[in-house]
Design a protein around this ligand. Structure first.
Ligand SMILES: [Zn+2]
Length: 262
């Protein structure tokens, strides 16, 4: 069965993308955003596929063909902007509907990213053709190019670097709102693990959703590779046993003393 949505992480491989700065490369950040969104769509029982799942080179023609042949109803093409501006930009096809990108823009705004504009762009000299190939060459798939912010704007860059999950989530939420699909806030993901799981399930306290700032603090430990077992995510209000703290501190120590090798 065709997926409902195909997510397209822009650029990749030899093409880092223009929305790159000292904090991140566009190709990496949009891949993280896209993989996150795919997991979230799966949680919400919305079938989603990707044009690329790794850091691979994908030429325009092949990319558009993947989207076109996916049979998906929608495509979210994820990008980071550059060139002196601030805020998110959402570009939809001249044959698409503005209500769809606007629903996502509203949520991006609610997540703290200013919205610069939601617009269409036509090919020079041809008002019946879209400017961007992702609109022109993707057939019946309704594609929205989402520029999450400007890599060369300090405020945007900071937000993109630290709050990319909230921004990725905002698009998922706006997608659901527009399509009148049931939306629930994120449950916590469980990637493959390689450290011992907590030996006791805690105090039997129910797993209530933790505040965003708590979750973010814990996510940082995972991103840094200091915490690897996903089980901790489900009990972030519980103390770590001494052995787990010891592992975490040892990893931190090794990271700090080996940093020249990186
Ligand atoms: Zn881009």
């Amino acid at each position: 069965m065709a997926p409902t949505v195909i997510i397209d992480p822009g650029h990749g491989g030899i093409d880092p993308g223009g929305g790159t700065n000292a904090l991140f490369a566009e190709k990496d950040l949009v891949l993280k955003i896209s993989l996150y969104q795919q997991r979230r769509f799966a949680e919400l029982n919305i079938s989603a596929t990707l044009t690329r799942t790794t850091d691979q080179t994908l030429e325009s023609e092949a990319r558009a063909a993947l989207v076109k042949s996916s049979g998906a109803r929608f495509c979210l093409s994820n990008h980071i902007n550059a060139g002196g501006g601030q805020g998110a930009e959402l570009i939809y096809s001249i044959y698409g509907t503005a209500a769809f990108p606007r629903a996502m823009a509203l949520e991006l705004q609610a997540a703290g990213m200013a919205v610069r504009r939601v617009y269409t762009r036509t090919y020079p000299g041809n008002a019946k053709q879209d400017y961007y190939f992702m609109h022109r060459d993707t057939g019946n798939v309704e594609t929205v190019i989402i520029e999450y912010g400007f890599a060369d704007n300090a405020q945007d860059a900071q937000l993109l670097n630290t709050k990319w999950q909230s921004l990725a989530e905002a698009v998922v939420k706006g997608f659901c709102t527009y399509n009148k699909l049931p939306y629930t806030p994120p449950k916590i993901q469980a990637p493959p693990t390689d450290t011992p799981a907590p030996s006791t399930p805690g105090t039997g306290q129910p797993n209530t959703p933790a505040a965003d700032w708590k979750q973010e603090a814990v996510e940082w430990l995972y991103e840094q590779g200091l915490l690897t077992d996903a089980t901790w995510r489900n009990q972030i209000d519980q103390p770590l046993p001494l052995w787990a703290e010891a592992i975490l501190l040892r990893r931190l120590y090794e990271k700090l003393t080996n940093r020249d090798e990186a």
